[in-house]
Design a protein around this ligand. Structure first.
Ligand SMILES: *Cc1c(COP(=O)(O)O)cnc(C)c1O
Length: 361
C-alpha cells in the first residue's frame, strides 16, 4: 500500500495512527460488539465517546468553563446564518472584515438579517493580505465583530486580533483550529467545519461564550438556535456520531502523540518554513501572499506561467503529491499543510519542486 501526500484544502489528511485505530475498532468498538457507526447515540457506550471528545477539546484548547462546546452539522456555511440569527439581538448591527470568499459569504448571509458594516476588505489585491484595521471605523454598538481567521483559499492569517473592546469577536477558524494554541477568552464565538484539521466532513464545532446564548431572533428555526443544542448537550437530534468519534481520536493524537498545541505549533511552523524558504529562494515559484500575513496552513504559490503551472500539477500528481492545484480564483498551486501532513511530506514536495525547477528552466 502506498499512501499519497494529500495537499487538499479540505477534506484533508488524517493522522495515520488515527486511521489505523479506527480500522482496528471498526467491527467491535471497545468490546461493544458493534461499530461506532452502528450504535445508538443514546447508548451508554456512545455517551462516553461524545463526552470524551468534548473533554479532550476543552483540555487541548484550554477552553474556559463559561464557554459551551457544541457539536453541530451543516458545515461552517450554516454558521454564516446561525451567527446573525443568534447574536444580532440588540442593535441589529455587525461588523465584518472581508479577507476572502468565506468571509464574504459570511457577510452576505448576515446582511439578510441586519445592518452589516464592512470594516475593511483586501479584495483590491485578490485577498493577498490582511487589511490594516482602523478602530475608529468599528461600529460602537455592534452586536458582534466577525473575522475569518485563516483564509483557506488565499493563504492569509491574522497574526494579531482586532481589538473590539466589549463587542464580541466572532471567528471562523475552520482551517486553523488546533493548529496552535489560541486564547479562547478573547472571543465570543469560534466555529469550524471539522474537515480541515479535526475530523472527516460532517461535524461543525462551535465554541460559544454562555452569555451569548438564549437571545436568538424569533424567526430562528429551532435547529439553528444555539440554545437548542446547548440545552441538550448536542443531542437534541442525532449528532454526526462517527465524525465526533474520529475527532476524539484526533484529539487523543494531539494530546498524547504530538504533545499538545504548543508542540503542534512548533511542528506546523517548521513545515511552513521549509516551504516558504524554498519559495523565497526559487527563481521559478513564488508565494502569492505578503510575507507578514502568511498562513502556516495553506500556502498558495505560482510560477507566473499558466502552462508551467499545469505541467507542475500534472507531474506532481503523478509523483504522489495530490490535490495541489490552486483555487480557481488564485490560480497556480496551493499546498494545504494541516496538522496531519507529516514533515516528510513537505520535505519531499520541496525536493520535487527543486527538481522540477531545474528541469524546466
Ligand atoms: C472550508 C471552509 C468553510 C466552508 O466550510 P463548510 O463546512 O464546507 O461549510 C468556511 N470557512 C472556512 C475558513 C473554510 O476553510
Amino acid at each position: 500500500m502506498k499512501r499519497v501526500y494529500n495537499f487538499s484544502a479540505g477534506p484533508s489528511m488524517l493522522p495515520e495512527s488515527v486511521l489505523k485505530r479506527a480500522a482496528d475498532e471498526m467491527l467491535d468498538y471497545n468490546g461493544s460488539g458493534q461499530s461506532v457507526m452502528e450504535m445508538s447515540h443514546r447508548s451508554k457506550v456512545y455517551d462516553e465517546i461524545i463526552k470524551d471528545a468534548e473533554k479532550l477539546l476543552r483540555e487541548v484548547m484550554n477552553i474556559p468553563d463559561n464557554y459551551k462546546v457544541l457539536f453541530l452539522q451543516g458545515g461552517a456555511s450554516t454558521q454564516f446564518a446561525m451567527i446573525p440569527l443568534n447574536l444580532m439581538n440588540k442593535s441589529h448591527k455587525a461588523d465584518y472584515v472581508l479577507t476572502g470568499q468565506w468571509a464574504t459569504k459570511a457577510y452576505k448571509e448576515a446582511a439578510r438579517y441586519g445592518e452589516v458594516n464592512v470594516v475593511a476588505s483586501s479584495k483590491d489585491k485578490t485577498f493577498s493580505y490582511i487589511p490594516k484595521l482602523d478602530k475608529s471605523t468599528f461600529t460602537k454598538d455592534a452586536d458582534y465583530f466577525h473575522i475569518c481567521m485563516n483564509n483557506t483559499i488565499y493563504g492569509t492569517v491574522y497574526h494579531e486580533l482586532p481589538d473590539t473592546g466589549d463587542v464580541p469577536l466572532v471567528a471562523d477558524v475552520s482551517s486553523c483550529i488546533l493548529s496552535k494554541p489560541i486564547d479562547v477568552s478573547k472571543f465570543g464565538v469560534l466555529y469550524a467545519g471539522a474537515q480541515k484539521n479535526m475530523a472527516p466532513a460532517g461535524l461543525t464545532v462551535v465554541i460559544i461564550r454562555e452569555d451569548l446564548i438564549g437571545n436568538a431572533m424569533d424567526i430562528t428555526p429551532t435547529m439553528l438556535n444555539y440554545q437548542t443544542h446547548a440545552d441538550n448537550d448536542s443531542m437534541f437530534n442525532t449528532p454526526p456520531c462517527y465524525t465526533i468519534y474520529i475527532a476524539k481520536l484526533v484529539l487523543e493524537w494531539i494530546k498524547n502523540e504530538v504533545g499538545g498545541l504548543e508542540k503542534m505549533q512548533e511542528i506546523n511552523e517548521k513545515k511552513a518554513a521549509i516551504l516558504y524558504n524554498f519559495l523565497d529562494n526559487s527563481k521559478m515559484f513564488k508565494g502569492t501572499v505578503v510575507p507578514e500575513d502568511r498562513s502556516i496552513m495553506n500556502v498558495p504559490f505560482v510560477t507566473g506561467n499558466d502552462e508551467l503551472d499545469t505541467k507542475f500539477v500534472k507531474e506532481a500528481t503523478a509523483a504522489g503529491f495530490v490535490n495541489i492545484k490552486g483555487h480557481r480564483s488564485v490560480g497556480g498551486m496551493r499546498a494545504s499543510i494541516y496538522n496531519a501532513m507529516p514533515i516528510e511530506g513537505v520535505e519531499a514536495l520541496v525536493k520535487f519542486m527543486g527538481e522540477f525547477e531545474a528541469q524546466n528552466s
